[in-house]
Design a protein around this ligand. Structure first.
Ligand SMILES: [Cu+2]
Length: 212
């Protein structure tokens, strides 16, 4: 009896009741998604006070990529502007049934471990989190890090104080460093084959009609 009691206590200790949320330093995770390095109140060292508080809603999904040729995933906007020392309240909405992330890179590491602010939704849904930008005039990369999502268009930029230039391959804003190329080799042989195929295509219906 005593052994059974000890055993069940041990089991209870090993399997804590499934908590709705797992809390780590700067990280919130549940079955819906994850928030890393949410910072609603700590000012960066170079900021005396908040300059402004901006609410930004960012949608992620395939439907936002239809206006960009050759792209498959995108955010609904590709660029945001804020003032130095601005607080940004982000509402991240995933319009797809697949996983998407909203990651902002290049932030100061003493405030955002690994210089990163990270929201993630396992499927359709919504997350809210905040961050406070440093005072530096800089362009920050915003993207989804899932394989091929950024390459296929889920890439944007956040500019503080006008930013320090455009990042490459932001859909609708900047060209890729290595653009995809689909060259056609217009040799005499290839033109001949193309004409032959066109003629054959025109001729085939006549043959079919004749056979009837
Ligand atoms: Cu994605």
């Amino acid at each position: 009896m005593k052994t059974a009691l000890i055993l069940s206590l041990l089991l209870l200790a090993a399997h804590p009741a499934p908590a709705a949320m797992h809390h780590h330093a700067g990280m919130v995770m549940d079955e819906k998604g994850m928030i890393m390095n949410d910072n609603p109140d700590t000012l960066p060292r170079d900021c005396q006070k908040l300059s402004e508080t901006v609410d930004i809603t960012i949608h992620a999904g395939q439907q936002h990529a239809t206006r960009f040729n050759g792209k498959m995933f995108a955010f609904d906007q590709q660029e945001w502007h804020v003032k130095p020392c601005a607080k940004i309240n982000i509402t991240f909405i995933n319009d797809d049934q697949i996983r998407h992330q909203l990651m902002i890179h290049g932030l100061p590491g003493y405030l955002y471990p690994e210089g990163m602010f990270h929201l993630e939704l396992n499927g359709a849904g919504e997350l809210k989190a905040s961050l406070i930008m440093p005072s530096q005039k800089k362009t920050y990369l915003v993207h989804c890090e899932l394989p091929q999502h950024a390459e296929k268009g889920m890439k944007a930029q956040l500019k503080v104080d006008g930013g320090d230039g455009d990042l490459p391959s932001i859909p609708g804003i900047s060209a890729a460093v290595k653009a995809d190329s689909y060259p056609v080799d217009w040799t005499r042989t290839n033109v001949g084959i193309l004409l032959l195929c066109a003629l054959a295509g025109i001729a085939v219906p006549f043959f079919i009609l004749k056979l009837k």
